[in-house]
Write a protein that binds this ligand. Structure first.
Ligand code: ADP
Ligand code: MG
Length: 238
């Protein structure tokens, strides 16, 4: 078994909450409503993974499975500059695969292993994990099939993380309205499939002026707690 490594989020507050950062060989799920900062954090993690080891990076390439077409190279360029990295070199190391539907998303995750033979990928992002599944499998009748497919997909992701000692970061959009949230079978609180497979779960909610509150939910060994992060032009900070 390879030694577990930790990837910085860019915020020391959030890193501390996570016991040092996102762990390799686990899945970390960021969930929250639209605009809570999930995609911004994914961009920052991608940049951070490319950073040299001396700067707490993995000096690695990154694979992003983008299901909502929200990857923005311009954002990577801004964040890379803020870290004194060469923006073009950083972009070259971040490989983005668009997933057109849930089936395609599952295939791309399976193909990630092929890619890892060519590139040294130590961070695999799925943004968003759940959007295609939500829109394609609607209604009670398709729930069991959806959860089964999602479960297998997450198992594939976790396997990749274990084999390549990689961080797996996924996002899941949920409603902030409690009536909707608690009726949502893909909400990570309350014994559903996503909730069982993700090892670390972070709930993001909006606060004032670029601030977000990040809350760690039932981690295997870390205490529950919350902290504040900030989204700026330069990226994610305290
Ligand atoms: P989610 O993926 O959770 O729906 P996003 O990660 O897309 O949300 O977050 C969008 C928010 O991030 C914006 O509403 C804005 O507050 C912030 N944001 C995006 N780009 C920038 C930027 N260049 N500078 C500062 N804040 C930004
Ligand atoms: Mg998003």
């Amino acid at each position: 078994r390879k030694e577990i490594k930790k990837l910085t989020t860019g915020s020391s507050n959030l890193d501390n909450l996570l016991g040092g950062g996102l762990e390799t060989q686990s899945i970390t799920e960021f969930f929250g409503e639209f605009g809570s900062g999930k995609t911004q954090i994914m961009h920052q993690l991608a940049v951070n993974a490319t950073m040299p080891v001396e700067k707490n990076g993995f000096d690695s390439d990154v694979l992003i499975i983008d299901t909502e077409n929200t990857f923005r190279p311009e954002r990577i360029i801004q964040m890379a500059r803020a870290k004194d990295l060469d923006p073009d070199q950083t972009l070259e190391r971040i490989h983005v695969a668009r997933a057109y539907n849930s089936h395609h998303q599952i295939l791309l995750a399976e193909k990630a292993a092929d890619m890892a033979r060519e590139y040294r990928i130590r961070l695999l992002i799925v943004d968003s994990l759940t959007s295609h599944f939500r829109s394609e499998y609607v209604g009670r009748g398709s729930l069991a099939e959806r959860q089964q497919l999602l479960n297998r997909h997450m198992h594939d992701l976790l396997k990749f993380g274990t084999i390549y000692n990689a961080v797996i970061a996924v996002t899941n959009q949920v409603s902030a309205n409690p009536a909707v949230f608690f009726g949502d079978p893909m909400n990570p609180i309350g014994g559903n499939i996503v909730g069982h497979t993700a090892t670390f779960r972070i709930y993001l909610r909006k606060a004032k002026a670029g601030k977000r509150i990040a809350r760690l939910i039932d981690s295997p060994y870390l205490p529950e707690g919350e902290t504040v992060i900030t989204i700026t032009e330069s990226g994610i900070t305290d």
